[in-house]
Each structure stands twice: as structure tokens, then as C-alpha cells.
Design a protein around this ligand. Structure first.
Ligand code: ATP
Ligand code: MG
Length: 753
């Protein structure tokens, strides 16, 4: 029994692991083994006969806790099951369950999710007759959450002159009253929201010293990973628990603090030093994760921040390849470049798709990436989020589009008949469904004739809804998919509804809608598409949605995609950071103050330092916005990387880089595709296909799957499937040079061989 820690750890790491009693802090750079030290530290405590029930380890995500537990289990065996290990929220929810009665809650208290909280705030606004445009539920919730995370009680909130002044200046003097009502209502309902899990734990420990005392004895050893991202409420909990035994060890990296916008407070690192004068500090300077190039590049970026604790990070690993930068002419081309690069690296270097991650700043960016990966049949998973077409707002808008094309689509109708809210309640909907069944009509037939059998007041909103859908159907008949969808998104009220929500999640939903329209625009502009109607678009994505589901269930290797925020603490062999453009990364909202810009730069530092062997950055010189093509400037962050470590060979080189003049709205940029596209993956011929001068199409009415065909543009290929929908036949053809294409036979000029 006994691990040889000195062979597994460097001397500073080993020292931090062997230190058992007293407070300790490790603030060190990315990849220097902080999480590894925590893991072995716990293993060592267990080997020293510390009871696992006496060890509390707090991680940033549940997944991180699971991984850490699994590693410890490998070393010490099933004992590891008894460790207290998890996020602050999960651990203290568990403790509150057994102590709830002391603070007046039932043990079976409910945990309200954000949606529950927003609904409750909406009700309170109604009762107080307050305008929900001024007091937007998300904003109100953000304010209440901010107060709770600073441990400001309702009474303090109501009595604090500074808060009062702030709220009055913001023309929202009733925020305090709403907070009061909200807290009362939650309490009466026996419910806690997410912030309560921490807030009420603090209340419990403050008002019940005996309870605090009990947990101080249970948690003889307290450890916190990602300490830089704790908020005040979490900081206090950790401090109180450790107050007696003073065995607390925190690890983190100030350069990776990326949750200030959620109340994380870097001050907690500085406070820690004050709280424990006897503190032992360990320095870790060697990065074990990444190549020298990656580590040096990351250092050159973060040094642009003024606010940082000084630390040196170096790597003894191989120097590794330079960081590549892809310049693409559009976001779709960016997706294509990334997907092809992944495909080639996997093939040439015999890697697994598990070795690759694509990181982006905003969720909406996943669409172009997902599409490109799918085209090359590359499986992927989205961590911490849903695949684009599974997101609620996308499903909502798609339901409108489906209803436009087919008003009898019952699922779509149910989904949006009262979204955005238009006063058609569940009872009314129930009646509609019942009468449709009785009279043997479709729900749509009943809906569009609602005035004939419902009282006017109930019928009116339903009739209005039916009129809207009819107008959409008319618009879709005369316009292309993009124009129709844009009209529907606006006219349905969805865009406005989402725009009104200024929370981070609200913004992300709004961006997703915009991105769906961008996708439809690209569909309409695609020269290879013959059919531009809304129906054709829906058919296209119906397949996507289906294959998404299959992907989600697929076992086996997958490329990981996620936002940079979700990537904290993780590592991947090859990493792609996409969308390196001004206003995207750094985000438009984060460039007005130095503090915000520095947080954004820390985010870039986190992203770079996820890569072990190879890092690739990419940007597009144009991107659609609401279907208009906008030129984009490359991110200032690209120029902050020491050029020694960057290979700009694919791009125009450092310096501002605008798309050329005359390239305004709608598509022209596609003509200036850069020649970056790496050679196509399934190439059999060494030279590119050129159609022979005597090319003549064949009659394809008897085309069979498996047949070899030739296309004047795509070259040779094999028919893999044929499908006839509404009289027109679609062929899926696997071309040797350009991969899979779906063609309508009535338009495609094919020569059958
Ligand atoms: N002494 C060591 N010997 C071998 N590998 C090591 C050593 N120290 C760390 N590593 C490895 O280096 C990688 C980075 O370690 P770890 O994830 O613990 O770093 P970290 O400081 O927590 O990084 P981050 O700041 O990104 O959370 C891991 O794969 C880890 O196993
Ligand atoms: Mg870590």
C-alpha cells in the first residue's frame, strides 16, 4: 500500500500533497497540475487513515467531481465512494435537506429552476401591477440573485440607502418590494431557488452555531478547486466550515477567472491570505499539459492584462507545431475548413475523434460547425448544451415554419398556438382538441373556424392566430424560404419576445434565432440548391434533426463542441477556437471597459490552454446577421499572440483585415473563397476533376442505387440512395472528390456510366 508520490509529482506538487494540516493555497497557471494535486492530496489523506466522511472537496461542475472521484477510487479503492465531493450547490442542497426544519423549510423542499423563478416573478409583477417591460423578470431575478450571492437579506435590501438610490436612479424603485414578495412566496411554497442553496446555508450556519459546529467536525479537511470562480456566498461557507480545524486547501488561477459576470469575486483569493496568516503557499510553474509553443503563446496573451498576479509558466514538453490560423470568407467556409482539418489530422495521424474539441464564444456558432461536421460524417457531441436544432427557441420557430407549410401539423400547432402568449389557455386548447375529435376534423380546421362555435371573447385570439398562419402560408408561396422565415420570425412576435430578454440566456436564444435565419439564407443562396422554398428547407432540416438524434445516441468516438466557459479545467489533444473576430470574441458587450475586456482575455487564455499538442484558430471575413452579409474584422486577440508562435501562412497576416470594398450584402463574398480548403478527404484521383468537352447528360429516369455517375461539376460518384417525394426524385450521391451531395434528378445533369 502506498503511492510513490515523488514519481507521480514534481517536488512542489508533492510538497502540496504531503502538507496535511493547516491552510494552503495554490494559485498557479493553467495545466500546472492543480487538479492533479487535489486528487492526490485526497488519496494521500485516505492513505493516512483520514476517514473519507471527513473530507469535503468542492468542484466547479458535477462532471469534474465524478472524474476526480473515479481517479481516487483507482488509487484507494471503493473507500472513495464515501468522500463528500461535488459542486457547492449539490453538496449544500444535500445538507439543507437534513437540516431544513431548523430554518423553517420542509425537508422535502422543492428546488425552483430558473423558469419557475421567472414565472413566480411574473405573477408578483401582475399582483403589484408593475410593468413587466420595465421590470423584466430576468433582470429582476438577476438583481435578486446578485443580492443573495452577496448575502444581502430582504431587510437589508429595503433599508440600505445606497441600494435604494441605485434602484430609484434606474427608475425601478420597487425592486426591494419584489425581492420581499419573492422571498416570502418561495418560503411559503417550501421552495428554494439555486441561489438559496448557498444563501440559506449561510443563514443556517449563522443562526445555528450548533449545526455549524457539527459540520465543522464532519468536514475536517476542506478543498476547493477553481477557487478563482467562487462568489462571496461560497467563500463564506468555505471559511465558516474551516474556521475550527483550519485545514483548508484552495487551488485556482486568477488568470482563469471567467465568471465575474455571475458574481465570482477574485477578491476571494486576496481575502484568503488575510484570513489565514499561517497560510502555506505552493507555487507550481511547470505546465504538463501543452507544448512549449502553446504555453508561450498563452503567456504572451495574458500579459496584456494589467490585473494579474505574477506567475511564470513554462513547459518542458516538445516544442510542437506552430499555432495555425485559418481565414475563411464566411462562417460556413470556416466550418468547412475546421471539419476538413479534423478529418485529415485524424486520418494522417491515426487519432480518434475524441482527441478533438471545437470551442466557441457563443452557442449560436455551433450551427455552422455542426453542419460541416455532418457533411463529412464526423460524429460530435455538444457539452453543456443542446445540438442547435434541439434548442427550444429553434424548435419554436421551426414549429411556426412547419405550420406555415402544413397547417394540419398538430404537434407544431400545439407548440406555438400560445407562444408568444396570446391568451389561449390550456382549457381552450383542450376544448379545441375535443371538438376536433368529436367532429372528426383536424385541429386546424377547428382553429380556423373557432368563431363559429366559441364565444367571441375566447374565439378572438384563436381567429387572430389562424389569420397569422394563413398570411404566412401566402407569404411562403410567393417568397423564398429566407424571406418567408424572416417575416414569420418577426410577425409571430418571437423576435421581440426574445429581444426583450436581456439576460445572458436570453441573448443566447436571440442569437440562435438569428443564426437559424442565417442558415436559411445560406440555404437559399446555395448555388447547388434548386429548390429554395420553405418546404424544401424544412425537408432538409428534418433529416438533420433526425441524424442529430442518432448522433446523440451514438456510441464511440466523437468530436467535442462547447462554449469556452464550459471547457474550464478540461484538456484535449487538438483544439480549434473558432470565430476569432472583433465583436464576437471579444464579445461586443465586453469591449467598453477595461475590466470586461480583461475578463474576455482571460477567457481566451482559458481556451488556448485547453490544447495539448495542436491549436488552431479561425475567423471569417464575413458573417450573416439577420440574413445580411456583414464584413468582419479579425479579433484583436490574434494580434496579441507573439507572432513567433503563429503560422499565418493561410491568411493575410497580422493587422486589421477587412473584407474588400464593394462586398456589401448578399453573397458576393462567396466568389472570393480563399484557397485554404485543404485537399478533399475522399480523393482518389490526384488531379482535380474537369468535365470533358463532350459531356452529355443521360436519361436518369431508371437510375438505380449503386450506379456510377458523372456530374459536370462534382465529377464521379456513386448513387447511395434514391427517394421520391411529391413526384420529384432526390438522389444522394457519394462523389469521389467532393463527398456526399443530394441532388434533384429533374435538375441534375448526370451521365450514367
Ligand atoms: N507531475 C506530473 N507528471 C505528469 N503529468 C502531470 C504532472 N502534473 C500534471 N500532469 C498532467 O498535466 C495535465 C494538467 O494537469 P491539471 O489538469 O491538474 O492542471 P490544472 O492546473 O488543474 O489545469 P487548469 O488550470 O486548466 O485547471 C493533466 O493531464 C495532468 O495529469
Ligand atoms: Mg484544474
Amino acid at each position: 500500500m502506498g503511492l510513490d508520490y515523488h514519481s507521480l509529482l514534481n517536488p512542489s506538487q508533492a510538497a502540496a500533497v504531503m502538507q496535511i494540516d493547516g491552510p494552503c493555497m495554490i494559485i498557479a497557471g493553467a495545466g500546472s497540475g492543480k487538479t492533479r494535486v487535489l486528487t492526490y492530496r485526497i488519496a494521500n489523506l485516505l492513505e493516512q487513515q483520514v476517514n473519507p466522511f471527513n473530507i469535503l472537496a468542492l468542484t466547479f461542475t458535477n462532471k469534474a467531481a465524478k472524474e476526480m472521484r473515479a481517479r481516487i477510487e483507482k488509487v484507494v479503492g471503493p473507500e472513495a465512494k464515501n468522500l463528500w465531493m461535488g459542486t457547492f450547490h449539490s453538496i449544500f442542497a444535500r445538507i439543507l435537506r437534513s437540516e431544513a426544519d431548523k430554518i423553517g423549510y420542509p425537508r422535502s423542499f422543492t428546488i425552483y429552476d430558473t423558469q419557475d423563478s421567472k414565472t413566480l416573478i411574473g405573477q408578483i409583477l401582475k399582483e403589484l401591477e408593475l410593468d413587466d417591460k420595465l421590470y423584466k423578470p430576468n433582470m429582476v431575478l438577476g438583481r435578486i440573485s446578485g443580492a443573495k450571492n452577496k448575502l444581502i437579506s430582504v431587510q437589508q435590501y429595503l433599508n440600505d440607502p445606497v441600494i435604494k438610490q441605485d434602484d430609484e436612479a434606474a427608475l425601478r424603485p420597487k425592486l426591494g418590494v419584489i425581492y420581499q414578495q419573492y422571498a416570502n412566496r418561495c418560503f411559503k411554497a417550501g421552495a428554494m431557488d439555486f441561489d438559496d442553496l448557498l444563501y440559506q446555508t449561510n443563514v443556517l450556519f449563522k443562526d445555528h452555531p450548533d449545526v455549524l459546529n457539527k459540520y465543522q467536525h464532519i468536514f475536517r479537511y476542506v478543498m476547493v478547486d477553481e477557487y478563482q470562480d467562487t462568489n462571496y456566498s461560497q467563500y463564506l461557507i468555505a471559511r465558516k466550515l474551516a474556521a475550527k480545524e483550519r485545514n483548508i486547501c484552495v487551488v485556482g488561477d486568477d488568470a482563469q477567472s471567467i465568471y465575474a459576470f455571475r458574481g465570482a469575486d477574485i477578491q476571494n483569493i486576496l481575502n484568503f491570505e488575510k484570513d489565514y496568516p499561517e497560510l502555506q503557499v505552493f507555487k507550481l510553474e511547470q505546465n504538463y499539459r501543452s507544448t512549449q509553443t502553446i504555453v508561450k503563446a498563452a503567456n504572451s496573451v495574458i500579459k496584456n492584462n494589467q490585473a494579474q498576479l505574477r506567475k511564470d509558466v513554462f513547459s518542458d514538453n516538445e516544442e510542437g507545431p506552430l499555432i495555425e490560423v485559418f481565414k475563411a470568407s464566411s462562417d460556413n467556409e470556416e466550418g468547412k475548413l475546421v471539419a476538413q482539418s479534423i478529418y485529415e489530422d485524424k486520418m494522417n495521424q491515426h487519432l480518434s475523434y475524441d482527441d478533438f474539441a471545437i470551442l466557441y464564444r457563443t452557442n449560436a456558432q455551433s450551427r455552422a460547425m455542426e453542419e460541416s461536421l455532418r457533411k463529412l460524417n464526423i460524429k460530435y457531441k455538444i457539452v453543456g448544451g443542446l445540438s442547435f436544432y434541439q434548442r427550444k427557441e429553434i424548435k419554436d420557430l421551426v414549429a411556426y415554419l412547419r405550420l406555415t407549410v402544413n397547417p394540419n401539423d398538430e404537434q407544431a400547432l400545439r407548440r406555438v398556438i400560445n407562444y408568444p402568449k396570446r391568451g389561449i389557455g390550456d382549457t381552450t386548447l383542450g376544448k379545441l382538441i375535443a371538438s376536433a375529435e368529436e367532429s372528426n376534423h383536424t385541429i386546424w380546421e377547428v382553429v380556423s373556424n373557432a368563431d363559429q362555435f366559441l364565444p367571441t371573447r375566447t374565439a378572438n385570439p384563436i381567429v387572430d392566430f389562424a389569420e397569422k398562419i394563413k398570411a404566412y402560408t401566402a407569404a411562403a408561396a410567393k417568397d423564398d424560404a429566407f424571406e418567408a422565415a424572416k417575416f414569420i420570425a418577426k410577425n409571430s412576435g418571437m423576435v421581440e419576445e426574445l429581444y426583450a430578454d436581456k439576460s445572458i440566456e436570453g441573448l443566447s436564444r436571440y442569437e440562435n434565432i438569428q443564426e437559424l435565419l442565417n442558415g436559411i439564407k445560406a440555404f437559399v443562396e446555395d448555388p447547388e440548391r434548386e429548390e429554395k422554398s420553405l418546404g424544401a428547407f424544412l425537408q432538409d432540416i428534418a433529416l438533420v434533426t433526425d441524424s442529430d438524434l442518432k448522433d446523440a445516441q451514438a456510441e464511440g468516438e466523437q468530436v467535442t463542441m462547447m462554449t469556452i466557459h464550459s471547457a474550464k479545467g478540461l484538456e484535449f489533444r487538438n483544439v480549434y477556437i473558432v470565430g476569432m473576430e472583433e465583436n464576437l470574441f471579444p464579445s461586443q458587450m465586453m469591449i467598453t471597459s477595461r475590466a470586461d475586456l480583461e475578463e474576455e482575455r482571460r477567457l481566451f487564455y482559458v481556451a488556448i490552454t485547453r490544447a495539448e499538442k495542436k491549436l488552431t484558430l479561425s475567423y471569417a471575413t464575413s458573417r450573416y446577421q439577420w440574413g445580411n452579409l456583414r464584413s468582419c474584422e479579425k479579433s484583436r486577440f490574434l494580434d496579441e499572440i507573439d507572432p513567433k508562435y503563429v503560422d499565418f501562412k493561410f491568411s493575410a497576416g497580422p493587422g486589421p483585415d477587412r473584407a474588400g470594398p464593394g462586398e456589401s450584402p448578399f453573397g458576393h463574398v462567396f466568389e472570393r473563397r480563399s484557397n485554404l480548403i485543404p485537399p478533399p478527404p475522399r480523393k482518389t484521383a490526384a488531379t482535380k476533376y474537369v468535365a470533358p468537352a463532350d459531356f452529355t447528360p443521360s436519361d436518369t429516369s431508371n437510375l438505380q442505387t449503386g450506379q456510377r455517375v458523372e456530374h459536370p461539376k462534382f465529377g464521379f460518384g456513386k448513387v447511395t440512395s434514391l427517394e421520391t417525394v411529391q413526384g420529384s426524385t432526390k438522389a444522394i450521391i457519394q462523389f469521389e472528390e467532393v463527398g456526399e451531395k443530394t441532388l434533384l434528378l429533374s435538375f441534375a445533369k448526370l451521365r450514367v456510366h
